[in-house]
Write a protein that binds this ligand. Structure first.
Ligand code: PXL
Length: 280
């Protein structure tokens, strides 16, 4: 039977991120994907200025209440960028009404990168997001978000394997079954970047590394997360899904660098979708 997902992120009109990635990627995986937009922006907030921003918080409860009358089962609930920490309360409300015990709750915290919260994100977000990840099956924070979620300082270029392992263990203790920490770059592995995967039942976290590409690639976390959820919806185990997602994301970065579009417009993930279409 065709799987169904509900993707809850912002819509940024231009500059691939959030729903403009989640929707095509999940669709290419054959997943029927419904959306609830958390905010409407003209562009994402990295490397663009003058963007518009409409917080859609007042729409979330009425949309949830209406959708809950339809009685549909969602195989995945996928949350990403939220307009504010306060919106977490409404996401928890959505989970109570639209998810059931067979729904895979996949949370991309999507609020910070490179040691800093995104421009519009309030200070309350990490504490609120901690409530949401405790309800999740899978979380995919980057190294910055992992540190914020644990109330730890960002280690930047001094990050060690041991710290990432410890963060993964402390995050899994908060409730999720699978923790994937992305954007792991270590001083003793120059030229490489990767992810740390810890699933319940694994004795220790596993690291997967690939080539590091120099540059600021906007929306990379969203591309990785969407490919990982797509692979999970194709019944791949979490570790295999993370490996596939990393591979697809690295290919999208390489193809983007071959093109001549400015990097702020995001990764040319569309060029990798044929591979996802043929993934059995
Ligand atoms: O890619 C994460 C993201 C999503 N949505 C908006 C953003 C960002 C990162 O900057 O600004 C609006």
């Amino acid at each position: 039977m065709q799987k169904r997902a509900l993707a809850v992120h912002d819509i940024s009109c231009v500059g691939r991120c959030s729903l403009t990635i989640a929707l095509p990627v999940l669709s290419a995986a054959g997943v029927n994907t419904a959306v609830i937009p958390t905010a409407l922006l003209s562009t994402h907030t990295g490397e663009f200025t003058g963007y518009t921003h409409l917080d859609l918080s007042d729409q979330l409860k009425p949309i949830t209440d209406h959708l809950s009358t339809l009685g549909q089962h969602y195989d995945a609930f996928y949350s990403g960028y939220l307009a504010s920490g306060a919106q977490v309360e409404q996401i928890l409300y959505m989970l109570d009404r639209l998810a059931d015990d067979k729904t895979h709750i996949f949370v991309d915290p999507a609020f910070a990168d490179h040691g800093k919260r995104y421009s519009l994100i309030d200070e309350d977000m990490p504490a609120q997001m901690r409530r949401l990840i405790s309800r999740a099956d899978t979380i995919v924070p980057n190294v910055t978000e992992a540190a914020f979620l644990l109330d730890e300082a960002w280690q930047g270029e001094n990050l060690t394997l041991k710290t990432v392992e410890e963060h993964a263990r402390r995050l899994i203790a908060l409730g999720p079954e699978n923790v994937v920490i992305t954007d792991v770059t270590l001083p003793d592995r120059p030229g490489e970047t990767g992810v740390c995967v810890l699933c319940s039942g694994m004795e220790k976290p596993e690291f997967i590394f690939g080539r590091r590409y120099e540059g600021l690639f906007h929306g990379t976390g969203d591309v990785f997360a969407s490919f990982m959820l797509a692979a999970l919806m194709k019944d791949k185990a979490p570790l295999e899904a993370a490996k596939l997602a990393l591979d697809f994301t690295h290919e999208a970065i390489a193809l983007t660098l071959e093109g001549c579009e400015p990097l702020r417009y995001g990764l040319q993930f569309e060029r990798v979708l044929p591979r996802l279409l043929s993934l059995s």
